[in-house]
Design a protein around this ligand. Sequence first.
Ligand code: C5P
Length: 228
Amino acid sequence: MGHTTAILTAAGSGLRLGHPEPKALVRLHETPLLQHAARRLVMSGVIDHLVVTAPDGHESICRALLPEADVVVGGATRQESVAAGLARVPDSSDVVLVHDAARPLASPELIRRVVAAVRAGHRAVVPGVPVTDTITAVDPGAEGATAARGTVPRAGLRAVQTPQGFDRTVLDAAHAAHRLDGGLVTDDAGLVELLGEPVWLVPGEESAMKITTARDLALAELLLGAES
Ligand code: C5P
């Protein structure tokens, strides 16, 4: 059996959520998002070590919430936070999972599915869900009435979620190669793609939705209510 570390990114702000405190510390049914996500990682039974990237100045509260985790201060961007977490992955770990505290309800089944796919030999694995909106391209920065630059056939698209699972050497190489990509890449699978390494999808789930706005939080409250 191999050894798996999960890096839980939690260093983002709560700005778009309209909260003064960092998003990962916002409560969903009394429990901070960070703790919801961490509990599900532990419940999956496939995570041996947990690293949390905490918002600057909130390390001790994160330690108090998650005494079993290795808490590090995150960076200015998500990519920098993941890099800070990667530096704390024990040598014994051959698989690394990167998961967002902003997706607090990703299920233990989904976590197991991703880790199983990596252990089956796929070196980079992400959950993906079909897209329900029609997606069209626009010029970068476009606002207001603007020219549509081409609609992409929806059947060939998936929205990518976390947790994302990687062979440890692939994730290390992706971060080492693209430390300064200018912020164009929004997740770790994107960095791995830049290496030319194939990325694989497994079925994602509705409950792994990302909480960005107050509306997302209200929806997560409903989903959690339906779960219990
Ligand atoms: O802001 P957004 O929801 O896209 O962030 C995704 C995840 O990355 C969140 O869990 C957030 O806490 C984390 N993050 C981070 N460090 C940053 C920015 C975001 O760990 N500097």
